[in-house]
Design a protein around this ligand. Sequence first.
Ligand code: MN
Length: 207
Amino acid sequence: MFILPDLPYDYNALEPYIDETTMRLHHNKHHQGYVDKLNTALDDDEELLNMPIEKLLANLDRIPDGNRQAVINNGGGHANHSFFWQIMHPAKANSGDIAKPSGILIDAIDETFGNFETFKNKFNEKALGVFGSGWAFLIKNKEGKLQLKKHSFQNSPLMRSCTPILGIDVWEHAYYLKYQNRRSDYIENWWNVVNWEKVSQIFAKTS
Ligand code: MN
């Protein structure tokens, strides 16, 4: 059985950038819904129910045809949200400046995109450019290179043997209560709560 992971912080911890009501609904209702529907789609198959989500999404050919799309949608939703909660944390008080990655991650970003500002602008463009519901990701691809990707719906980078390093949920459920149609304001504010220590660790582990 897949279970909803606890948030690594309180529901109000990302205020004022992401509001408490959005976080409660997003975690308790949306993410819980993906977990419940994933368990249903795996249809009492004990082996699949006990597989790590990364392995399940990398082995979709093991899923019966009639259930595969439900596993893509809800397994992807479970993996994407579990990742998303981890790569955020409360904004540092009085910092003003948006924190930045460190170590080998900043070196790889500089090498791939030129500098952090260029990377951030390109990431924002991807996130703004998602048509409808989806995500923008910084991923490490099979060749070990950093790339920016738009993903529709809950399609997970793990399905394509890519490792998510950073990602933003741009489904309206992630921001509409506070930001309404202003997705660009949500994206810009979200940078304040990116947990670069965690993101840098995730990248280092893949290297
Ligand atoms: Mn979401």
